[in-house]
Design a protein around this ligand. Structure first.
Ligand code: PLP
Length: 464
């Protein structure tokens, strides 16, 4: 196979990086499918008219990032990157499936109960905002968003997370995805992003867009493994973590690890992005203590979202920005969204202030806890000791490990034919055995009947 990769020798980007990016484009577009062997480095070097070491370097970089794996016999094999159209839907594809190819029961994680979205209340709040906001509120907004919402969120963070932050440091975002993107733009001198592996696929692809290097760092039962983090070497880095409820394994980061991560950031001049995407939903009474609460160094940027507590379609979230970054972020926010739309923000501010939002959270917490128990009970009943769960005490998804003669992809393929879409965990779960298939099971948007029926189909195909 010849790979046609355009190279620009006058561009500031080094040739190995250009080649690596070219290969990624071919993988992502599906032109080079998963499982295919890339040409030998010598052959590709001859084809492109570059030195062999240039291609070796590009392949090394691709292997490090998980796009390819080097096999014995020196073959370089394309891995599942979860983006090629020919692949089955992966754990957390950000784009929802088209109506037409929707399985009847889809265990996709990260989706709250969309039918439970409080439409009447939300409509009333928006109508009220539209009627009562002063005319000035309809002008171009402040770059960090509607000031009353920033005050409401500051007060909510104090109540719900024990975090004390001034409203001036709250930046309204279109969700944590935008938050991470803004930070990557604001810190262009940070050249590497430490990501959890397994982790959130869509977010961990952001470095590709920003052309920064991703360092996939394993997760175990205590969260991100901090021992192997890169030492201080002059390279500035960011770490993107989900300490309250690691996505997708569900583990909570231990305090030792939290300290180690903050110490690492301090010693290596790194910044930490804390993605607190769903810790409102804890079923074991665990207190939601953000990493940001431990931080005395100003290196943790805390991010929260209303995508799980309300609905992802609203595109509402926030971050707590460090003081020294405020000016830069304000400039960026002007150009990105000019502070966002005022009506939704005003509606949410009122709802948080009048206590309605927290009542909604209580109701949803009960609902998700019931669904979580139902799913674990249905799977345990069908599979007995052949199934175990990594952490089922929070959130609207968990990771299940099933002992099976088949691998997760095979089970998913069979279940799909029965109208059940499963999402194999991408990567390896902490403690996962050879004969265990791992799935990330989202249950937020499934009815009791769908949960039971879906669990039965999963159990049937896992058993063989
Ligand atoms: C771990 C994690 N982080 C962030 C996000 C993105 O959230 P948002 O909708 O706020 O951009 C998601 C969404 O599924 C998620 O699962």
């Amino acid at each position: 196979m010849d790979l046609d990769i355009p190279l620009d020798r006058s561009a500031p980007t080094l040739l190995p990086q250009q080649i690596a990016r070219g290969v990624i484009d071919l993988i992502v577009s599906g032109a080079v499918p998963r499982g295919a062997a890339l040409p030998a480095s010598r052959a590709l070097a001859d084809h492109l008219g570059v030195g062999r070491l240039t291609v070796v370097e590009a392949y090394r970089w691709l292997a490090e990032q998980g796009y390819v794996a080097a096999r014995r016999g020196s073959k370089t094999i394309v891995q599942d990157v979860g983006a090629a159209p020919s692949l089955p839907a992966t754990a957390i594809a950000p784009t929802p499936a088209k109506e037409s190819d929707k399985a009847a029961i889809d265990f996709r994680p990260g989706r709250p109960d969309l039918d439970a979205f409080p439409r009447r209340r939300w409509t009333a709040l928006q109508v009220q905002a539209s009627r009562t906001l002063p005319a000035g509120a309809f002008d171009y907004g402040e770059p960090f968003g509607h000031p009353p919402l920033r005050r409401s969120i500051a007060a909510y963070l104090q109540r719900s997370r024990g975090l004390t932050v001034p409203p001036e440091r709250i930046v309204i975002t279109a969700g944590n995805g935008q938050g991470v993107d803004l930070i990557l733009r604001a810190l262009p001198d940070h050249r590497e992003l430490v990501c959890e592996a397994p982790g959130h696929l869509a977010l961990s692809r952001l470095p590709d867009i920003h052309s920064i290097r991703r360092i996939r760092t394993p997760v175990d039962a205590e969260g991100l493994v901090t021992d192997g983090l890169p030492p201080a070497d002059g390279v500035r880095r960011l770490a993107l973590v989900t300490p309250s409820h690691q996505f997708p394994t569900g583990v909570m980061m231990s305090v030792e690890r939290r300290r180690a991560l903050i110490n690492w950031a301090q010693q290596t001049d790194a910044m930490i992005l804390e993605d607190d995407y769903d810790s409102e939903f804890a079923y074991d009474g665990r207190p939601a203590v953000p990493l940001a609460k431990l931080d005395r160094t100003g290196r943790v940027i805390y991010m929260g979202t209303f995508s799980k507590t309300l609905a992802p379609g609203l595109r509402l979230g926030f971050m707590v920005a460090p003081e020294p970054m405020l000016e830069r972020l304000a400039a960026l926010k002007w150009w990105v969204d000019w502070g966002g739309g005022v009506l939704q923000q005003a509606a949410l501010a009122t709802w948080i202030d009048n206590g309605g939002f927290e009542k909604h959270l209580q109701r949803m917490r009960r609902l998700y806890r019931e669904r979580c128990s139902l799913l674990t009970a249905a799977l345990s009943e069908a599979l007995g000791s052949r199934v175990r769960f990594l952490d089922v005490s929070a959130g609207m998804h968990f990771t299940a490990l099933l002992r099976s003669p088949f691998d997760a992809e095979e089970i998913a393929r069979r279940a799909e034919a029965d109208g059940v879409r499963l999402h194999p965990l991408v990567g390896t779960a902490p403690g996962q055995a050879q004969d265990e298939a791992a799935f990330v099971l989202g249950f937020g948007d499934l009815s009791a009947a769908q949960i039971v029926a879906g669990a039965q189909v999963l159990a049937l195909h896992a058993a063989g």
